[in-house]
Write a protein that binds this ligand. Sequence first.
Ligand SMILES: *Cc1c(COP(=O)(O)O)cnc(C)c1O
Length: 389
Amino acid sequence: MIKMERSERLKRLPPYLFVEIDKAKKKARDAGRDIIDLGVGDPDIPTPNFIIDALHKAAKDPSTHRYALDQGLPEFRNAAVKWLKRRFGVDMDAETEVHPLIGSKEGIAHIPLAFINPGDAVLVPDPCYPPYRSGTIFAGGEVVPMPLRAEHNFLPDLKAVNHHLLHKVRMLFINYPNNPTAATCDKKFLKDVVEFARKHNIIVCCDAAYSEIAFDGFKPPSIFEVEGAKDVAVEFHSLSKTFNMTGWRMGFAAGNSQVIEGLAKVKANIDSGVFSAIQKAGIAALDNYEKHIGSVIRLYEERRNLFVDGLNSLGWNVPKPKATFYVWVKVPPRYTSVTFAAALLEKCDIVATPGNGFGDAGEGYVRMAITVDKKRLAEAVDRIKKRLV
Ligand SMILES: *Cc1c(COP(=O)(O)O)cnc(C)c1O
């Protein structure tokens, strides 16, 4: 066996904090315990039939069997542009301002490779979706965390960014509706971000994975509703959560044409596009968005109401999230994120994700995903009531 030392970039990745909880979960399952898994952010409902039918039809067409064009099907880019216009009232050019992705995670993880050199810094929310951090590290960049705190509505405080670092900052990630905190932002915040980015010459990467999972009539804004956003920003859209398509790997980037071009160049050297039949299924999804989305929102809204009301009936004080399928729960006194997640598993057979796994500022919280049915959510509340509090 030769010596296989891992690259410096792999060694620089933060430790994977979910190891212990993953092990404990597996042990509990193997022991035959009835686990309620609120740990993973993956919809439990199947992809709608009309999308599966579109895939089936497209997969029978041999023209979809060859390499997809790097830029993707023009029809897919057109469908994305039309959807952005209908949903947010924004205009994009299908030729230069939209690019399909093998799931939005792929684009998010790759974009630093196009613009970040060793020594450059990237502003990353803390807590956050892990690829912002790992993508930056793979590109040799320095991660500068922006803490998200309850007293600031889980929005980064741009005024608090270290001024001595600003000259090195080339990119900034934001994600609203937010994973893991379930926080939302308004247009005023997006306007501040655009202004900050224009002033300091920073590319803004907006992760819009949960833009469609929002409640009580709230419609999360796109950054492109803000004037001047196209000078600095790119937005990552995903079909995964909106259409229950996590396994399909279909998303797209939209925004500043130079940013899109840079990302496309990285991708042209790494992958060969999204299977054309899946792009065609994606067209069917986007074209029928309005008919589909109501039932998704109603489902999570009902679950959210039942679960959060249930937790609060135990004397907890959990705010009702306006969006996403996460509930961000402050741990009770004398617990840490990890000890509380461990107690939930040991005493209640419930899996929750420790907040510090998303970054240091997530300490003191656990994330619970309402991606199980109402009966199981009620059962989870009941177990916590009987066995924990
Ligand atoms: C689920 C998720 C994504 C991405 O999903 P894809 O399946 O790769 O499109 C992106 N960002 C956040 C915050 C997510 O939770």
